[in-house]
Design a protein around this ligand. Structure first.
Ligand SMILES: *Cc1c(COP(=O)(O)O)cnc(C)c1O
Length: 470
């Protein structure tokens, strides 16, 4: 018996194709065209190794068509390589600012701006009126000033860079007074105490975790104080017996002592989002009006644009940041400026709720979500029949991006069940679809939340779910 198996194996091993034979097949030729000859050779060689190992291990699923088996592996390896890069996915999780899925999807105008305004030669640092060097970011900065009422603004790579830079410029070698309730960690790798230490500032914590009074700050201020720091505890809520001073009171205290008040607003909001339950996100314009000297916030959270960190505030302070050598290391590129300008233009026009996907999603009514879920269910049924069981249940979406953890917009979820298929397997199968569909598992069932699915993605979603029937 053992000898027969060995004989078959020997036969299969003999029919293993040469690398050249594999390279002559259509699949490998396509890889060579896309990725170059050397990559195609590497993949062909790996595929032959994989099949050789499977023969040696007497893999029962292996057919006698060895070349075909190698081709299948070649295709798999190449597919896996492509999918290890950045590719578009359908976000069916209902998490609006999904950090792992690139946070905010861009508005149509922002996408167009990247391609049309900035992807060729452009006026990044060129003044068309004078024909001389112009100021990088000039218009984006003017727009954000208009929207926040700040005197000046500067834009860097992300919110973390913004906070770090402000601390570095104004508090290196000095003390930063901060409430114990605001020494938070955001998203696992932004920890306020660590950022402070790295910036060269000394942390001076005041008050308690739940209650910090103006007097606590007042008693901590000395000639060593560089600034007062206020951090929005984005992803964390202290409720119950709590207290923290108003921005206006902190600002007055800072100014009596001739030091600046810096607020890291985290996500921040350019417009009032209270009607969507987001009443606790600091309105940047309010902070500026209340006297904060510098406010920083992210570009790709509730603002709904690209990764960026905005620093707005007093002209003289912003100017010192712009002149600091580290600004050069943290500045953003032309693609980001183009997208930022277009995103801010939507707010200035007042069309943000219909144009900016994050805000569109937040403002989507539960009634609309129910209608879309019903329609999706019918369309899947007409494609896949009753081999896929579906039910629409009430549920909650998530804001995400380390913002507003206690705000959970009501939604309708489409539950997907298939006899003989575990939820994990369904979730993976959707993820393995040509255009990956990212779903959520809730109480042992795969659920689809249409809040974060664009209408023009619904066909893909239907195809992906219907393919489970096969
Ligand atoms: C999100 C956040 C940051 C970091 O901003 P990124 O744009 O993610 O770098 C910093 N501070 C607060 C309070 C935040 O919420």
């Amino acid at each position: 018996m053992a000898e027969t198996v060995t004989a078959i194996e020997r036969e299969l091993l003999r029919s293993l194709p040469s690398i050249d034979e594999v390279l002559n097949r259509e699949v490998a030729k396509r890889i060579a065209t896309a990725a170059g000859h050397r990559r195609a050779v590497e993949i062909a060689r790996t595929a032959c190794d994989v099949v050789r190992d499977r023969i040696a291990a007497s893999d029962p699923s292996l057919s006698s068509e060895v070349l075909v088996e190698v081709e299948i592996v070649v295709k798999e390896l190449w597919g896996r390589e492509l999918r290890s890069g950045i590719i578009g996915v359908v976000n069916a999780t209902g998490v609006v600012i999904h950090t792992n899925l690139g946070r905010a999807p861009l508005s149509e105008t922002a996408k167009r701006a990247i391609v049309e305004r900035a992807s060729h030669y452009c006026t990044l640092e060129y003044n068309l009126e004078t024909g001389d060097r112009g100021k990088r970011g000039f218009r984006a900065e003017r727009l954000v000033c208009e929207l926040t009422g700040a005197e000046d603004a500067v834009i860097v790579n992300n919110g973390a860079a913004a906070a770090f830079l402000v601390l570095r410029v104004f508090a290196a070698g000095k003390e930063v007074v901060i409430s114990r309730g605001e020494l938070v960690e955001i998203g696992g790798d932004f920890r306020v105490p660590d950022v402070l230490t790295e910036s060269g500032a000394d942390l001076l914590e005041v008050g308690t975790t739940n209650r910090t009074k103006l007097k606590d700050y007042e008693m901590a201020i000395s000639e060593r104080t560089g600034l007062i720091l206020r951090v929005h505890p984005s992803n964390y809520r202290i409720t119950g017996f709590t207290e923290r001073p108003q921005v206006a009171d902190l600002a007055a205290l800072a100014h009596r002592n001739s030091i600046p008040l810096f607020e890291d607003a985290g996500s921040g909001a350019l417009v009032d989002l209270a009607e969507f339950g987001l009443s606790e996100e600091p309105l940047i314009a309010d902070s500026i009006a209340a006297g904060a000297d510098i406010v920083s916030f992210s570009g790709d959270k509730l603002l709904g644009g690209v990764q960026a960190g905005f620093i707005v505030g007093r002209k003289d302070l912003i100017e010192s940041i712009r002149k600091h050598p580290l600004y050069r290391a943290f500045r953003v590129d032309k693609l980001a400026y183009a997208a930022i300008e277009a995103t801010l233009e939507s707010f200035v026009r007042g069309t943000h709720l219909t144009e900016i996907p994050v805000l569109q999603m937040l403002s989507m009514s539960q009634e609309m979500l129910n209608k879309r879920a019903e329609s999706l269910k019918e369309r899947i049924f007409s494609k896949a029949g009753d081999s896929i069981m579906m039910e629409i249940i009430e549920g909650e979406s998530v804001i995400g991006g380390g913002s507003a953890p206690d705000v959970k917009p009501k939604t309708w979820l489409l539950c997907i069940v298939k006899a003989g298929m575990k939820p994990d397997a369904i979730e993976k199968s959707l993820r393995d679809f040509e255009i990956p569909v990212i779903a959520r598992i809730l109480d042992g069932r795969v659920v689809i939340d249409l809040r974060t699915v664009f209408e023009d993605e619904e066909e893909t979603l239907i195809d992906a779910i219907a393919s489970l029937a096969n």
